[in-house]
Ligand binder design. Structure first.
Ligand SMILES: [Zn+2]
Length: 247
C-alpha cells in the first residue's frame, strides 16, 4: 500500500509543478475490469485458442479480415460494458487544473476520453475508431457488434481497427507530441504500466533527462522502479484520486 510519506512528497511536487505529463497503461483500466488481452487471462471461449500476437497483426488481417474483425467485435462487446474508474476521472481533473498537461496512454479502450480527458495521445490507437485500408480515412464507429466486413463511408473499401498492431510503428505525430510533452514537463506520472514495452520504456528516461520528477504508481514493483524518483505501490483507482486533495 502507498506510504503516507510518499504521497506527501508527491503532493508537494504537484503543488510546485507547472507542466505535467501522465503516462498510463493496462493497470489503470484493469481497475475497471478491462482484461489485458495478452496471454490467456483475457481470452475465453472461442478465443482461447488464439494469442493476440496471432490476431493483432497486419498479416493476420490480410489473411483473414473476417476473423480479426470477429475478435475485435468480441473485445468491443467486452469493453462496451466497462466504465472509467476514479483514477481515469482524477487524471481528467489534473488536466483541468494544469494548463500545461498532456496524457499519453497505451490503452485502446477509450476510457480516458469517456472520463473527460481531451489533451491526450492514444499511442496504440482506439478500439472505437476505424481506418480505411485504401484512403486511410479515420472515423469513429461505436457499433457493437460492428457489421462484418465494415467498409469506408467514402471509398467503400475495407476498414480496419485504428489500432497499432504488432510489427507496426507508432504514428509520428503521436511520438512527437509525446516527446515534446515529456521534455517540457517538470512532473511525470507513470500509472499502471511496467514500462517494458517500447517506446513507453524510454518515456521515463526522456522526462528524467529533461529534469522532471518521475513518479511510478503501480500495483507491484516494475523493472523501472529503481530508476524513477518515487515508486508507489497500490491500485490506481485508490492512489491516483488521493493526489487531488491538496494540489
Ligand atoms: Zn476509404
Amino acid at each position: 500500500m502507498a506510504r503516507g510519506s510518499d504521497l506527501g512528497i508527491l503532493k508537494e511536487k504537484l503543488t510546485d509543478a507547472r507542466a505535467i505529463t501522465v503516462l498510463t497503461g493496462a493497470g489503470i483500466s484493469a481497475d475497471s475490469g478491462v482484461p489485458t488481452f495478452r496471454g490467456v487471462d483475457g481470452l475465453d471461449g472461442l478465443w482461447r485458442n488464439y494469442r493476440s500476437e496471432e490476431l493483432a497483426t497486419p498479416e493476420a488481417f490480410e489473411r483473414d479480415p473476417r476473423l480479426v474483425w470477429e475478435w475485435y467485435n468480441w473485445r468491443r462487446e467486452l469493453i462496451a460494458t466497462k466504465q472509467p474508474n476514479s483514477a481515469h476521472y482524477a487524471v481528467a481533473e489534473l488536466e483541468r487544473r494544469y494548463p500545461r498537461f498532456w496524457l499519453i496512454t497505451q490503452n485502446v479502450d477509450g476510457l480516458h476520453r469517456a472520463a473527460g480527458s481531451r489533451k491526450l495521445s492514444e499511442i496504440h490507437g482506439n478500439i472505437w475508431m476505424v481506418r480505411c485500408t485504401a484512403c486511410r480515412r479515420i472515423v469513429e464507429n461505436r457499433d457493437v457488434p460492428i457489421q462484418i466486413l465494415p467498409t469506408c463511408t467514402d471509398c467503400r473499401r475495407l476498414v480496419r481497427p485504428h489500432i497499432v498492431w504488432f510489427g507496426e510503428s507508432l504514428a509520428e505525430e503521436d511520438l512527437h507530441r509525446s516527446y515534446a510533452a515529456l521534455q517540457s514537463s517538470d512532473l511525470c506520472l507513470i500509472i499502471g504500466t511496467s514500462g517494458v514495452v517500447y517506446p513507453a520504456a524510454g518515456f521515463a528516461a526522456v522526462a528524467k533527462k529533461a529534469g522532471a520528477f518521475v513518479v511510478e504508481i503501480n500495483l507491484d514493483k516494475t523493472p523501472q522502479s529503481h530508476f524513477v524518483d518515487l515508486s508507489i505501490q497500490g491500485r490506481a483507482k485508490e492512489v491516483v484520486p488521493l493526489l487531488l486533495s491538496g494540489c
